[in-house]
Design a protein around this ligand. Sequence first.
Ligand code: 13P
Ligand code: SF4
Length: 311
Amino acid sequence: MTEKELIKKIIEVKKIKRAIILAHYYQVPEIQDIADFVGDSLQLSQQAAATDAEVIVFAGVHFMAETAKILSPQKKVLLPDLKAGCSLADSAPADKFGAFVTEHPGYKVISYINCSAEVKALSDVIVTSSNAMKIVQSFPADQKLIFAPDKNLGAYINGQTGRDMLLWEGACEVHETISTERIIQLRMQNPDAKLIAHPECKAPVLILADFVGSTAAMLEYTRKSEFKKFIVATETGIIHQMQKLSPEKEFIVVPADETCSCNDCPYMKLNTLEKLYLCMVHEKPEISLSAQLIEKARIPIIRMLELSKNL
Ligand code: 13P
Ligand code: SF4
């Protein structure tokens, strides 16, 4: 089957099943182009909570599809490849994290959405990279806070707000590989470019950046900016939307070394058009969670959605 025929089939089956396709900015371009909605983690969870479709096809990674299931438990949630996990979510196993929380009575627990449903159930509130700063600041200054699992995002927020949150030692394997040395070289070769970075990057990258923000915020920044060239420190998938919204601008990915594609997320890139089609036809792999877990994990996610209303 050609790609054109496959796309036609996906559109047909989507209609028959009353399905919606939600895709993250890190998906391959052909999936982004066929999706009903492309967004960052927060926008995707808002869409999952609001949709009236019967089936949600999540072109993203496991924790995102789980979040959709928690927000719309009566709907069927499909993930094209069940192996599409997340190194950051994996860096906080629920049993170890639960023990850590128990060791710190009196602390409120703020968890980045990149974590398992079990870790969400242990949290007071969930955040994404687009609302984390605001939600952290909504706690009284003297409230002791745990931030998990991303130590880079946590340290960045501590630095920006003067807070002293206790950080879980987790990180994203993709953003951790983004090279500061390569960025410095690229800046010297492109003095007219702005450096934009996702807050999952390491501190030296964030210090160098002209703008730090979520995938949606970076996209908006490049769209509105008068500058014509950007060095982009995040996963490569986002370039597709940046280029689409600003065809006249130039985007340079880091590391821009042709021998290395290590800032392609290996989990995000497991999803393909073919798997997307097959998962709709067979209605699997399907996300299933116990009612008890959904009930517990839902509370901090709903709290996040409430706190994000005016963002
Ligand atoms: P955002 O979509 O919130 O920018 O986060 C990126 C990410 O790590 C998704 O895995
Ligand atoms: Fe997880 Fe990093 Fe991939 Fe995002 S880019 S899904 S944080 S491994």
